[in-house]
Design a protein around this ligand. Sequence first.
Ligand SMILES: Cc1ncc(COP(=O)(O)O)c(C=O)c1O
Length: 394
Amino acid sequence: MTITEQRTKPAKPSVRSQSLGVSGIRKIFERAQSIRDVIRLEIGEPDFQTPENIKEAARQAITSGRTKYTPGAGMIELRKAIADKLQSENKIHYEPIEIVVAAGATSALNLSMLAAIDPGEEVLIPNPGWATYAYAISIAGGVPIEYKLDRRRDYAFDKDYVNSLVTNKTRAILINSPNNPTGSIFTERDLYAIAELSLERGLTVISDEVYEKFLYDHAPGEVSPCIGSLPDMKERTIVVNSFSKTYAMTGWRVGYVASSAPLADAMAKVNTAANSCVSQISQIAALEALTGPQNSVKEMISVYKERRSVIVKRLNEINGFECPLPKGAFYAFPNITGTGLSSFDLAMKILETGHVATVPGSSFGSEGEGYVRLSYSNSTQNIEVAMDRISKLF
Ligand SMILES: Cc1ncc(COP(=O)(O)O)c(C=O)c1O
C-alpha cells in the first residue's frame, strides 16, 4: 500500500470490538431522539435527582481540593464503608482489601471477567438478562452461554437444566436478582440451588445486585438475600453492586466488587491498568451515600412502588398485553404475544405511532421474544399518558 493510500485509510477496529453488537435498546434510543414528544419508558436509570447530601459532599470535595488520584482499588474509607454495609445488610464479612471500587457495576463486571475468567472459558448468563453481560465476557475472551429462566414459574432457577449446560470449560455462573428485564427475584430456594450447583461443579458465582433495594413486597429497607451469605459461598462469590440505581447516581460512575483477597488484588491491578481509579469526587459522594441519611432511598422506593401499580394495572387493560406484577427492579415486562406482533415490531409501532419508547424483549435474549420492557422510572403522569397512547393503538 502506498503512503497516499495509507493516509486516507482509517484505522481498523479490532475483531474483539466488532464482536460487540448494537443492542436493541440502543436502536430504540437513537430513533427516540428524533421524536419530539416521545415518552421515555425504555430508559434504565432513575428519573430522580441524586440526593442533596450526596451532591453537597461532592461540592465540598472539589472545594477542599480532594480531586486527585486514589489507590486503584479505591479510597480506603469508602472500602471500609462498603465492608460495613455488606456486613450489616447482606450478612457477609469482608475485609476492605477484598473490595474494589469500580466505575459502576458495568466496570465492576468487566473487572470481574478480566480477573476471574481465562480466554476460552465459559460463563453462564441468564436469558432473559441484561445484554451487557455477554459483552463483558467476550471482551475478556470468555464465552457467554445462556441459561433460560423458567417464565412459567416466575423466572425460577432450574438446577438440573442449568447443570446440563455445565462443561469442563464452565468457570462461572452469573446471576441477577432482582432481574433486569423481568423484575423477578430469586427465592431463597433458588439461591440454595445455585449454591449447590456452584459447590458441586466448582463454579464461581458472579452476583449482580444493583437492584437489591428495589423490592416492593418486602419490609421497607429490606434487601434481597445475597448468595454470598449462604454456607461456604463467600469464597466462591463475586458480589457486584453500584450506587447508580439505589442513589440515583448513574452519571457519577461508581460501584464496587467484593470477592476474595487474591481476586480483589487482580481486579485492582486491572482497574489501575485500565482506569487508574474512579474519580475521587465520585468516591467521596459514594461514601456520603452509604454513611449519610437513607430516607431518600426509602422515599424513592415508595414512589416506584406506586408507579408499579399504575403501570401494571394499565398494561393489563390493553388488548393483547398480559403483565404479571414484578417483585423488584423498576421494569414491567408484559407478554405481548396477544397482539400478534414480534417484540421488535411492537416496540417500533409504539414508538413510531404512539411516541412511547420501550425496549423489545428480544434485546434480552431469545426468551424475551414475545415481551416488551417498560421502565417505570418516569412520572406517574407520563406513565398514564403513555398508557393512553398505547391503549389507542390496540
Ligand atoms: C442488571 C444491571 N446491572 C448493571 C447495570 C449497570 O449499572 P452501572 O450504572 O452501575 O454501571 C445495569 C444498568 O442498567 C443493570 O440493569
